[in-house]
Write a protein that binds this ligand. Sequence first.
Ligand code: F6R
Length: 357
Amino acid sequence: EKGTYPHFMLKEIDEQPFVMRKIINEYQTEDSELKLDKNVRQAMKDCDRIYIIAAGTSYHAGLVGKAFIEKLANIPVEVHIASEFSYNMPLLSVKPLFIFISQSGETADSRAVLVRIKEMGHPALTITNVPGSTLSREADYTLNLYAGPEIAVASTKAYTAQIAVLAILAVDTAKAKCLELDFDPMQELAIVANAMEVLTDQKETIEELARDYLSKTRNAFFIGRSTDYYVCMEAALKLKEISYIQAEGFAGGELKHGTIALIEEGTPVIAISTQENVNYSIRGNVQEVVARGANDMVISMKGLEQDTDAFVIPQVHELLTPLVSVVPMQLLAYYAALHRDCDVDKPRNLAKSVTVE
Ligand code: F6R
């Protein structure tokens, strides 16, 4: 039920802090240890390479998950678009583990890969919001997202839940492998939940930005580097699917290799800067597009902000910034769609779960 909300999407955006807290509770024992299926723990310990398979928004969460698993658990990770995997099946390692990320657990493209790798005898873990779903039943192990039903076609709370669970999984594996770690995921996720609340309380500001930058435009670009780039891809997808604005997420460094040719007087360019090591470079990219007439909007993290930034997000652990920077992006897409009279919860040509290949 939507309750007092005009749309499920807005309700689901607002639920994200609660989902973070739910995940913290579900993945923690009474004495504050991580609580994870011991078979999942063993499978993570046993593998020599992880293959993440997903589509759309779940694929974007997978890109962030790769960073967690590689940095914290020291296991190489490849992230693949499910529908592409069969054509370009990579050379598999000796002990691969497949992780399927899927809100619905019913995505046919992902299932096709699952069927194939099970035939080959490889282990599979599904991370899903629907534990009884096809991908969950047919995999060896399941991790639940605990996000509650996601009704709006555009995925929001499932994306942040996927990233949170991937962070917990990475830390759990690091602990199981006795690796050095100075990152307490539960403490950091609690900080994220509070930061999300601060952001969902700033809807008016974001609505104004959406009106000023996106209500009339034909296209928009999102630029970022490192993990900010992954959030840019997700931000562009959100905007495309519900507001029908042609949007693209780009790696800042790639602009000069072609995309900058598209910048005209008034083209909206939204830059995300939450990482200290890329702050300087991404701001350089902003100057390059502004010099060509772009209408820039910089979203930065507290501590890295400049006076001209459109919006500053609260500070969280640098690994977890996607959980927070995506919230204004979801809201931007939502309000852009409203200003353009689009059907937010049921965008044209899209289905909530894509059960055909
Ligand atoms: C975007 C969106 C889709 C899904 C994709 C995968 O907002 O909802 O891109 O993320 O169809 O769906 P799941 O996660 O159910 O496998």
